[in-house]
Design a protein around this ligand. Structure first.
Ligand SMILES: [Fe+2]
Ligand SMILES: [Fe+2]
Length: 264
């Protein structure tokens, strides 16, 4: 089973990158199931709403993960309160809004999709221990006839994301890091069959800092005056994802491939 996990869809340029690249990638790699990190998909890059999720579904995404910005946008809370939307927010975030994991019916069987926050992620959030939380979710779902288990760890520390991968090795199909918006060159199958990457990267404009205009940030540095981030809309688009082939008999990964497209 070929599962594609797409990194942070950053504002309108990120949406454009999905529309531009996803259909061809799905065809090229015979993709069976598509997951995308939607925490930055609204026009200001903070939180998704029904509008962005409906568009991304139309472009070919099947379900959505979350991060530190999931509940920040206009319409985000309503989105997460709607049980018909295939989206998860971080499972260890202390909130009653939405759910932290879902078992989703894919064409090839039931897939567990979980989001988790690392212990350090931007401004400090009210959260629980990710290792304790993922063990609880694994136990709660282990008797279900799952064909794949996917978890994304959204966090700042590469060390933490590596430890999380090895902690779940042999229990999950794919442990995928995100939040940096910059891909790492360490996609691999861990010794007990779990596919892992520290960070999958983002979708949006490439000449930017994580999708934000660099000159705005440089000015803030130089002057020390606070200012709002401005999304970079111009320039070539980038698309970053990982493709994992999951063995339907074992639920473990046969391969992991970084899939990157950059406009010339
Ligand atoms: Fe992000
Ligand atoms: Fe994030």
């Amino acid at each position: 089973m070929n599962i594609l996990y797409i990194g942070d869809v950053m504002a309108e340029p990120g949406m454009r990158a999905i529309k531009r690249f996803l259909p061809d990638i799905k065809q090229q790699y015979n993709v069976d199931f598509v997951i995308a990190q939607a925490e930055n998909s609204n026009p200001v890059g903070k939180g998704p709403s029904h509008k962005e999720i409906d568009k991304l579904k139309a472009y070919g995404v099947d379900c959505f993960t979350g991060g530190n910005h999931s509940l920040s946008g206009d319409g985000s809370e309503e989105l997460f309160k709607d049980p018909s939307v295939p989206i998860v927010r971080p499972a260890n975030l202390n909130t009653d809004i939405g759910v932290g994991y879902r078992v989703i019916d894919s064409p090839l069987g039931l897939v567990l999709v979980v989001s988790m926050l690392g212990q350090t992620v931007g401004r400090q959030l009210d959260m629980r221990n990710p290792l304790v939380e993922i063990d609880m979710i694994y136990e709660a779902t282990k008797d279900q006839p799952l064909v794949a288990r996917i978890v994304n760890l959204h966090g700042d520390f590469s060390s933490e994301k590596r430890v999380f991968g090895y902690y779940l090795d042999g229990r999950f199909s794919l442990v995928v890091g995100d939040h940096w918006h910059v891909p790492t060159a360490d996609a691999m199958i861990l010794p007990n069959g779990t596919a892992h990457i520290t960070d999958v990267g983002m979708c949006g404009t490439i000449h930017s800092s994580l999708g934000v205009k660099t000159e705005v940030i440089a000015k803030r540095w130089l002057t020390g005056q606070s200012s709002r981030n401005e999304i970079e809309f111009d320039g070539p688009l980038q698309f970053n994802a990982v493709l994992t082939d999951v063995d339907l008999n074992t639920g473990l990964a046969k391969s992991i491939l970084q899939v990157q497209r950059i406009e010339s």
